[in-house]
Design a protein around this ligand. Structure first.
Ligand code: SDX
Length: 426
């Protein structure tokens, strides 16, 4: 709270409406508009372009400066110096773990990685060609069935165990979804492997033959999970908060978040980027596609470009681009044609007045797909990887909400439909 106020005058209303201003630790302060309903008004903000829907201490983004902080730590530093499970602990608890806390957390994740047979059977029940995000969404919702009777969300211990189960089992489910599409046997989690290494082994390993995962690839995968871990009140996280605000099962709320992430305007963009680069096909075709992206009469957009908040470089895209170079060098793919198209496309777009004027920069999805494809992960699995990394962010926001006093989210509307009319007498 600050001692400052906003003063709203409305034509036709005599009194001035005094609105409290609440101060942030960093970033914009907010104006509490709740009292304007007493004067017969709602605020109007389709797409929530200017609305702070909640108070949070987890992640801060400065879109103009291209800054992303998790509990105050810059993403560039976490991506280089931390690992995914340490970042998970930080997001959930607000501080980096001591060595003992880290060990306890890693052990808890390893001890909760096995998926209930009922959920494995649900994955097996899908047609093999089913989209992986549809299968993942159903599988995470099925975890609600497995654990519903054990969860009391008012108890911190139950919420902590649920966090372990979610973070531990989403990669197992992600690998199961991949294996089902490949018509291959599911590979069980291996407690001797690191988080990302275990995911890659469950994905590419076969019965009796562990996957050969280089440390550079495993580190790159772990870094991809870090880069996707959380991003403030994005569409899928806001979905989890709104869904969770009814007091529903946390796995059900997370499943709602997975549904939202799937869309090509959001987490589905990484799959769309790769499809776009393959459609462009060669550096010679780039100008044609850039022209399409600028044509108001053409619905084509440069996937992986632009962002609701970032009007500068997405700091995750910079780290992702560097990781892309490292992985492709490790795999001897420095001359990958898709990378050549991506780099040239980025260069052209960043010099083009249209993209400059609209502040359209590469976002987190622009390079991630090239890395994942190089590692052998098919495009339709890219958003599943995004969801695997983001599961902790969704949960951290849900937990932040339910562990404080909260109300069910219930937006209002500008109604422009029919006024009251009587049913015609027969
Ligand atoms: C993610 O919110 C998050 O934090 C999300 C995320 C996370 O970690 O959770 O960061 C992950 O979702 C990243 C974004 C991935 N999506 C894409 O890459 C899809 C392509 N990008 C766009 O569709 C778009 O940029 C959005 C959806 C990302 C943002 O759209 P906005 O904020 O609603 O902006 P807009 O659609 O109103 O666009 C503003 C202008 C428009 O032109 P005008 O109507 O003003 O003339 O910019 C143009 C748009 O046409 N524009 C693009 C463009 N993105 C915006 N033109 C061409 N190519 C693009 N990619």
């Amino acid at each position: 709270m600050t001692d400052k106020q906003a003063h709203l005058t409305i034509d036709g209303i005599e009194n001035t409406i005094d609105l409290p201003i609440y101060s942030s630790t960093v970033g914009p302060n907010v104006i509490d508009v709740t009292s304007i309903t007493k004067n017969g008004f709602f605020t109007f903000d389709p797409g929530f372009m200017s609305t702070a829907a909640c108070e949070s201490k987890i992640t801060f983004i400065d879109g103009d400066e291209g800054i992303l902080l998790h509990r105050g730590y810059p993403i560039e530093q976490l991506a280089v110096s931390s690992d995914y499970l340490e970042t998970c602990f930080l997001l959930l608890n607000g501080e980096l773990p001591t060595p003992a806390q880290k060990q306890e957390f890693v052990t808890a994740i390893k001890n909760n990685a096995v998926v209930d047979a009922s959920v494995a059977n649900i994955i097996k029940s899908f047609k093999r060609e089913s989209h992986p995000m549809a299968m993942l969404c159903s599988a995470v919702a099925a975890l609600a069935a497995v654990y519903n009777d054990e969860i009391d969300i008012t108890k911190e211990e139950d919420r902590k165990l649920t966090a372990y189960r979610l973070i531990a089992q989403v990669p197992t489910l992600a690998a199961m979804v991949y294996k089902h599409r490949q018509d291959e046997t599911f590979i069980a989690p291996d407690a001797n492997l690191g988080y990302a290494e275990n995911y890659l082994n469950m994905t590419f390993g076969t019965a009796g033959q562990a996957a050969k995962v280089s440390q550079i690839i495993a580190k790159a995968m772990d870094r991809i999970f870090i880069l996707h871990a959380d991003h403030e009140q994005n569409a899928s996280t806001s979905t989890v908060r709104l869904s969770g605000s009814s007091g529903t099962n946390p796995f059900a709320a997370i499943a709602a978040g997975i549904s939202t992430l799937w869309g090509p305007a959001h987490g589905g963009a990484n799959e769309a980027v790769l499809n776009m680069l393959e459609e462009i096909g060669s550096v010679e075709n780039i100008d044609k596609y850039v022209a399409k992206a600028k044509d108001k009469n053409d619905s084509f957009r440069l996937m992986g470009f632009g962002h609701r908040v970032y009007k500068n470089f997405d700091p995750r895209a910079k780290v992702m681009k560097q990781t892309c170079d490292e992985v492709l060098a490790e795999l001897g793919l420095e001359n990958d044609p898709l990378l050549a198209i991506a780099k040239r496309l980025e260069q052209i777009a960043l010099e083009d007045p249209y993209f400059i004027s609209k502040k359209l920069y590469p976002n987190v999805d622009f390079y991630s797909g090239i890395i994942l494809k190089a590692v052998g992960i098919p495009a339709e699995m890219f958003t599943v990887i995004f969801a695997t990394g983001r599961a902790v962010g969704w949960y951290a926001h849900w937990d932040e909400m339910v562990s404080t006093a909260y109300k069910i989210g219930r937006p209002r509307q500008l109604y422009t439909g029919s006024v009251k009319r009587d049913y015609p007498k027969k």
